[in-house]
Design a binder for this molecule. Structure first.
Ligand code: TXA
Ligand code: MG
Length: 333
C-alpha cells in the first residue's frame, strides 16, 4: 500500500541525466526545435558537441535553465529590461544575451563576454533541467548548416549514433527557433526573430526593439545558408505559382509548392503540392518538416508563398528569406 520512495522522475529522464553527468550528448525536445544538449560546465563534453555538430568553435551556444532564478548563476550585471523580459517570457521561446558570469566556459560563449540563456517551455525539457540541476548547453540538434529538427525522428536521421540518447517529446509546438534579444548594449536589439513576436517584446519593454543584422550581430546562426534545404527555395506570390512551376517543369526540374491554405490549383504532373498550412502558427510548426520533405522527395525547386509577417510569421518570413538567399546550383529557366 505504501511506497517509501516515489521515483523523482521517469526512467527516460534518469537515463538522460546519467548521460549528461558522464559528459554525453542528449537530444531533447523544446517548444521551438529539438536541442542537442551537454552539461554546460563540462569542457570536454562541449568539445564533443562542437565536433558532432560540425560547428565552428567561435559560435556561442545557448545555455538552457530550469527557471529564471538560475539566471544569476550564469550572468552578471543583468539590465532591468532583461529581467523584465525574463519574468514576462520565461519559460518560453526567448533567448536573452546578457553579460556572462566568470564561471561560464569559453566554449559556451565562443570566447566573448556574453552568454545566451533561455528557459524552455516544454514539459520533458523542464523535467530534464530540474532533474539535472544545472545548465544544459544546447544548439539545435542538426548538423551545422542543416535545417533544425522538430521531431525526434528528424534528430535521429541527421545525427544517427553520434547522439547518445534522444528524448522523444513528439513534434515541437512552435516549430521555429527562439527569438534572440541582445541585452548587453545600451539599446536592446533582436539578433534573430523567433517564437516571441515583436509586438510581445514591445508590450513588455514599452518600446520597439529593432532587428539588427550585420556588425552588431554576433549570432552566426543568422548566416543566409543556415536555414536552407538542398532544394532551391524561391519566394513567389500566389499569382505567380502556376507560370513559375510550369517554366521549371518544362526545364526538367522537379518542382514543389508550399502555400498557405487554400491550396493552389497546380496540375500534379507540374509540381508536388506540399500540405497547405491553415494559419501562421501551423506554417511555423510545419516549416522545417516541409523543407526536409522537399529534400526527401528530391525536389530541385520549392516555390513558397510566405505567410503574413505577423506573430510567429515574422520568424517564418525571416527563415524563408534566408533559405531563398542561399546559393544553389539550379538555374532560373
Ligand atoms: O530555440 C532555440 O533557440 C533552439 C533551442 C534548442 O533552444 N536553439 C538554437 O540554438 O536555435 P542554435 O545554436 O542553433 O542557435 C542559437 C543562436 C546561434 O546563432 C548562436 O550564434 C546565437 O544563438 N548565440 C548564442 N549565444 C550567443 C551570444 N552570447 N551572443 C550572440 N549570439 C549568441
Ligand atoms: Mg541552429
Amino acid at each position: 500500500m505504501e511506497s517509501l520512495s516515489a521515483p523523482s522522475s521517469s526512467p527516460d529522464i534518469d537515463a538522460a541525466v546519467a548521460v549528461l553527468q558522464r559528459g554525453g550528448l542528449v537530444a531533447f525536445p523544446t517548444e521551438t526545435v529539438y536541442g542537442l544538449g551537454v552539461d554546460a560546465k563540462n569542457r570536454w563534453a562541449l568539445a564533443r558537441l562542437y565536433e558532432v555538430k560540425g560547428r565552428p568553435r567561435h559560435h556561442p551556444v545557448i545555455v538552457h535553465l530550469a527557471n529564471a532564478a538560475a539566471l544569476c548563476a550564469w550572468a552578471t550585471g543583468v539590465s532591468d529590461d532583461a529581467l523584465r523580459l525574463a519574468e514576462a517570457c520565461w519559460p518560453g521561446p526567448l533567448t536573452l544575451v546578457v553579460p556572462r558570469a566568470l564561471v561560464v566556459p569559453d566554449e559556451v560563449t565562443g570566447g566573448g563576454d556574453s552568454v545566451g540563456l533561455r528557459v524552455p517551455d516544454q514539459p520533458l525539457a523542464r523535467e530534464l533541467l530540474r532533474a539535472f540541476d544545472g545548465g544544459i548547453a544546447a544548439p539545435s540538434a542538426n548538423r551545422f548548416g542543416r535545417v533544425s529538427p522538430t521531431t525526434a525522428q528528424a534528430v535521429r536521421d541527421d545525427l544517427g549514433s553520434d547522439v547518445d540518447l534522444v528524448l522523444d517529446g513528439g513534434p515541437c509546438r512552435v516549430g521555429v527557433e527562439s527569438t534572440i534579444v541582445d541585452c548587453t548594449g545600451d539599446e536592446l536589439a533582436v539578433l534573430r526573430p523567433g517564437g516571441i513576436s515583436a509586438a510581445r517584446l514591445r508590450e513588455v519593454v514599452g518600446h520597439d526593439v529593432p532587428v539588427v543584422s550585420g556588425s552588431r550581430t554576433r549570432a552566426p546562426g543568422t548566416l543566409p545558408s543556415h536555414y536552407a534545404p538542398n532544394a532551391r527555395v524561391e519566394l513567389v506570390t500566389r499569382d505567380e505559382i502556376h507560370d513559375r512551376a510550369v517554366a521549371y517543369a518544362d526545364a526538367g526540374r522537379r518542382v514543389g509548392v508550399l502555400c498557405p491554405a487554400p491550396a493552389p490549383a497546380v496540375p500534379a504532373h507540374v509540381a508536388v503540392l506540399l500540405d497547405s498550412p491553415h494559419d501562421v502558427d501551423e506554417f511555423a510548426r510545419s516549416l522545417y518538416a516541409r523543407l526536409r520533405e522537399a529534400d526527401a522527395r528530391s525536389l530541385d525547386v520549392l516555390l513558397v508563398v510566405a505567410p503574413p509577417a505577423e506573430g510567429v510569421g515574422e520568424a517564418v518570413v525571416d527563415r524563408l528569406r534566408r533559405a531563398s538567399a542561399a546559393r544553389h546550383e539550379t538555374r532560373v529557366p
